[in-house]
Design a protein around this ligand. Structure first.
Ligand SMILES: *[C@@H]1O[C@H](CO)[C@@H](O)[C@H](O)[C@H]1NC(C)=O
Ligand SMILES: *[C@@H]1O[C@H](CO)[C@@H](O)[C@H](O)[C@H]1NC(C)=O
Length: 342
């Protein structure tokens, strides 16, 4: 078959809307996706059988070496909410605080907060049919509630752009408002160090930490960035704020989040370093400031990131060792530098 015929045939077989409700982009490569997915489906099926055995008879999922190994190989969609709830501690928090979520929604309203959240509603996943105002049920309302409750719960953070995308994904996976709230709390309150507070010190720190890791592991890229005066925040801030939502393909983001909930924020560095290392030669072709920014957009596209299973294997091998001790030390020194700069 000619490539165009293959693409045509694949277009007929692969649904235009993915299982999560997202419309596939105009330039979606149906033939490549179909080829990847036929292999991935075999892996998914094998993993699903293993997970069913592991979870049989147990009500909650606890962290363990075995669970970690399983999670790195991917959590089947039907178990994803339960696994995220278990390993992140969200389940335990929810059980310890019955009724709390609903109280947050019944309490006194804060107009500033509500206005900020409302403004972002139409901007959250316009490409997802479940978030359209005509959808039934329309997930905009659910999203609104989760964000409002969170803003009341964590007043130091309130609402910050980026949280809408994260809560949106949580809702798509859990299909449950209260669980989404507790998972958001696990991420914002415990897993990510201070990414969403007004000063965003944790976020700024982690961007600098990435810069330092690149300096050690991929010095040529660091030299290029320095040479053209490109700040890391310009090219990677959305990776951190949105946790790769709307940056990498949906399935890949979910595989990353599987590990993020279980292993914590260092997973974000592994993903970022893998993207940069894999495309090092391509990035080094850049000859200007604008070029560099463009390259960093390009490296989040294509088969390398679509093939999520191989991609996830790479994040644990490509960047080499990355201990929590190293990250903690770098966080301390970068944070101190930022505070001095004010
Ligand atoms: C969102 O879109 C709907 C329908 O298009 C519109 O009625 C509504 O005013 C918009 N909301 C905001 C906050 O822009
Ligand atoms: C209302 O929310 C805004 C934004 O999150 C916050 O700055 C403000 O302190 C809140 N006001 C009250 C009375 O809680």
């Amino acid at each position: 078959m000619e490539p165009s015929e293959r693409e045509e045939a694949a277009r007929e077989r692969v649904p235009r809307i993915d299982p999560y409700g997202f419309e596939r982009p105009e330039d979606f490569d149906y033939a490549a996706y179909e080829e990847f997915f036929s292999t991935y489906l075999v892996i998914l099926t094998r993993r699903a059988i293993k997970w069913s055995k592991l979870l049989k008879g147990s009500s909650s999922v606890q962290k363990s070496m075995r669970v970690k190994r399983y999670i790195r190989k991917g959590v089947p969609l039907e178990h994803r909410a339960r696994v995220w709830m278990g390993v992140s501690g969200a389940q335990a928090q929810m059980e310890r605080n019955p009724g709390y979520y609903h109280q947050l929604l019944q309490g006194e309203r804060n107009n500033t907060l509500e206005e900020a959240i409302r403004t972002d509603m139409n901007r959250t996943f316009p490409d997802n049919v479940k978030f359209r105002r005509s959808a039934d049920p329309c997930l905009q309302k659910t999203l609104y509630n989760v964000l409002l409750a969170y803003g009341h719960h964590n007043q130091g953070v309130g609402y910050c752009q980026g949280m809408n995308f994260i809560a949106g994904y949580l809702i798509l996976i859990t299909k449950n408002e209260e669980e989404s709230f507790w998972l958001l709390d696990a991420l914002v309150g415990r897993i990510l160090p201070d990414y969403y507070s007004p000063e965003m010190l944790g976020l700024k720190t982690d961007q600098e930490v990435l810069g330092e890791l690149v300096r050690t592991k991929l010095p040529a890229v660091a030299a290029l960035m320095d040479g053209h005066g490109v700040l890391w925040t310009l090219v990677v801030s959305r990776w951190f704020i949105c946790l790769f939502v709307d940056i990498l393909p949906v399935e890949t983001v979910l595989r990353i989040w599987d590990c993020l909930f279980n292993e914590g924020s260092k997973i974000i560095f592994r993903v970022a370093l893998t993207l940069i290392k894999q495309h090092q030669a391509f990035i080094l072709e850049a000859t200007s400031f604008a070029d560099i920014c463009e390259k960093f957009k390009e490296i989040t596209k294509g088969s390398f990131v679509t093939e999520c299973h191989t991609f996830m294997q790479k994040i644990f091998s490509e960047p080499g060792s990355l201990s929590m001790t190293t990250i903690t030390r770098l966080r301390e020194s970068c944070r101190a530098k930022l505070l001095v700069q004010g």
